[in-house]
Every structure is written in C-alpha cells, then in structure tokens.
Write a protein that binds this ligand. Structure first.
Ligand code: ZN
Length: 139
C-alpha cells in the first residue's frame, strides 16, 4: 500500500469521530503531553530551529526526525514528549515560535485514539491524521 495516497478517505475518517455524549472527563487522567512538529523538505530548517529552542529551554524528550510518514502522522514530523508541569511554559513558547509550522499537541490519557482526535489541540492548520490504526488498536 502506498502510504502517501488516500487523503480524501483520511479526511472523511477524521470527520467520522464518535458523536459527543456530554461526558465530563477529569484532566487528572492526563499523564503527559506530546507535541508533533510537522515539516516538509522546504521547512526542515525551520523545524530544526524550533527543535533547538525546545532542546535548549525545556524539560522535554526530543524524538527522532521522521522524514517519512509514521503511524497516524501523514507527513514528516518529530515528536516532543513533556510532563504536565511543562505545558504552561512549552505550549506558549510554541505559539510564539512555531515558525509557521503546523503542530499537534495532544494529551496522553491512555486512549491514543481519543488523544489524537477529540482531545487534540492544533497550532496552525489541522492535518488529516490516519486514525484507523489507532481505532483498531483500541479494540
Ligand atoms: Zn503523540
């Protein structure tokens, strides 16, 4: 299967999220956060600048470069993992310094499907994620 095709289908899948039930969820469920910094060959240097700023200024685990799409992520990205306590410093820094890149910030609640869909927060433009794999993993 060519992983770069199927954009329209992926968009539809993103929209087919389960309907809201009105349930209130306790934020204590959040064990930490990821920020996924998306880039392409033309913005890789900007992504490098963001990466250096994060590595220099924050308590965060900076993941490997993924030039090829991986998991639910449709384009190149690297991942930043950080603790709940770092959110109020790191996320505002990303707001001001994202260099025009699209960034997904999502909580880690133990449900990767919901973390990447209904709990997701986007800086810049939301990208259509490939959620079908996460939905299957959920069982
Ligand atoms: Zn993640």
């Amino acid at each position: 299967m060519n992983r770069r095709t199927g954009t329209v289908r992926e968009l539809e899948e993103t929209k087919l999220a389960e309907p809201e039930t009105g349930t209130i969820t306790d934020p204590q469920r959040i064990q930490g956060y990821h920020a996924h910094i998306y880039y392409d060959p033309g913005t890789r240097l900007l992504a490098e600048r963001v990466r250096q700023g994060i590595a220099a200024g924050f308590e965060a685990r900076v993941g490997n470069w993924h030039d090829e799409p991986v998991g639910p992520h449709p384009v190149s990205m690297y991942q930043i993992a950080f603790a709940v306590s770092e959110f109020p410093r790191l996320v505002p820094w990303l707001m001001l310094n994202r260099q025009g890149l699209d960034i997904l910030v999502h909580p880690m609640t133990g449900d990767p499907y919901e973390d990447h869909s209904k709990y997701a927060m986007w800086l810049g433009k939301p990208l259509p994620l490939r959620l079908d794999g996460l939905r299957r993993a959920r069982g």
